[in-house]
Every structure is written in structure tokens, then in C-alpha cells.
Design a protein around this ligand. Sequence first.
Ligand code: ZN
Length: 68
Amino acid sequence: MRCFFCQYNSAPSFKDIENLGKFLTARKKIVGRERSNVCAKHQRKLTKELKYARFLGLLPYVSYQGIK
Ligand SMILES: [Zn+2]
């Protein structure tokens, strides 16, 4: 599969929590490029936007919810 953001001709944004959430693991860590299939350009932007979203309190830094 191609890069998610290239595929939809979009770029990651800190406001788009729903899509950013797809690139977080169950523990809310950022999914690596090998697993997310995001291209280098978008992965860089994604990491930046995710960190900004965390800074704003839109996304948690860590979560143990749903972990057994
Ligand atoms: Zn891309």
C-alpha cells in the first residue's frame, strides 16, 4: 500500500486527531515508518504534528487503556 497521505493527497495536521490516531500504537506511541507505510516526507511531518497535538493536550503521551 502507498503512503496514506500521498494516497489521499493530504498532509498530516494536528487538528486531524482521528487520522493521527491511526499512527499511534495501543500505548499511544508513534508507529514506525516500516509499519505505517508513510513516506519519509509525510512521516517527518506526521511526527511533528503528533507532538504538537500532544503539546496541546489533544492526544495523550502514553495510555494503558485497553491494555490487558
Ligand atoms: Zn506521503
